[in-house]
Design a protein around this ligand. Sequence first.
Ligand SMILES: CC(C)(COP(=O)(O)OP(=O)(O)OC[C@H]1O[C@@H](n2cnc3c(N)ncnc32)[C@H](O)[C@@H]1OP(=O)(O)O)[C@@H](O)C(=O)NCCC(=O)NCCS
Length: 161
Amino acid sequence: MNTYLRMAEETDMMLLFEWANEMSVRQNSFTQNEISYEEHKKWFQALQQDPKRRQYIYMLGDEAIGQARMELDRETARISYSIRKDRRGMGFGTLLLREACVKAKQDFPNIRTFVGEVKPDNKASQRAFFSVGFQERKYTYEASADQFDSNYVGGGNFFNQ
Ligand SMILES: CC(C)(COP(=O)(O)OP(=O)(O)OC[C@H]1O[C@@H](n2cnc3c(N)ncnc32)[C@H](O)[C@@H]1OP(=O)(O)O)[C@@H](O)C(=O)NCCC(=O)NCCS
């Protein structure tokens, strides 16, 4: 059976709502709180009208088994994706990532870079990104706020040297 991506339609709103609130999708998302239907509806309608975002549904024959979304910022496309729970661990996530990048490049030929943000414990997604040829980049720096108390004296004390 063939897999392919199609654009999401108005009738996919409920399906995407269910998938978005599925437990491991919320856990692996950077915004973890449960989404209300009203919130989702507003978000989905804005998404469908936004020329810089595109929501795809991943099909296996006539069955919807996943979704991928591209959000464009100039020449960079940020990817979010998921596979329906009962279809995970069968290679579809990796296939979806690759097919979504190919499809997005057809739809937006100016894309130069694809970016995926993956939580450190999301091993399946990390492996899928690696398999498709993504490289890990460190974008963020982290520091404990404890070291920035107002009496803190440290770091480069340049002016007193
Ligand atoms: C992430 C997700 C899309 C992966 O889809 P999938 O169809 O399960 O992935 P695949 O079957 O293609 O497996 C990808 C790789 O992860 C490995 N893998 C699969 N399930 C795993 C698990 N639970 N733990 C660790 N590795 C796992 C596979 O062996 C494969 O690695 P390999 O190619 O080195 O053998 C899917 O788990 C999902 O929808 N998760 C919830 C939402 C999410 O996390 N989205 C991504 C946000 S960045």
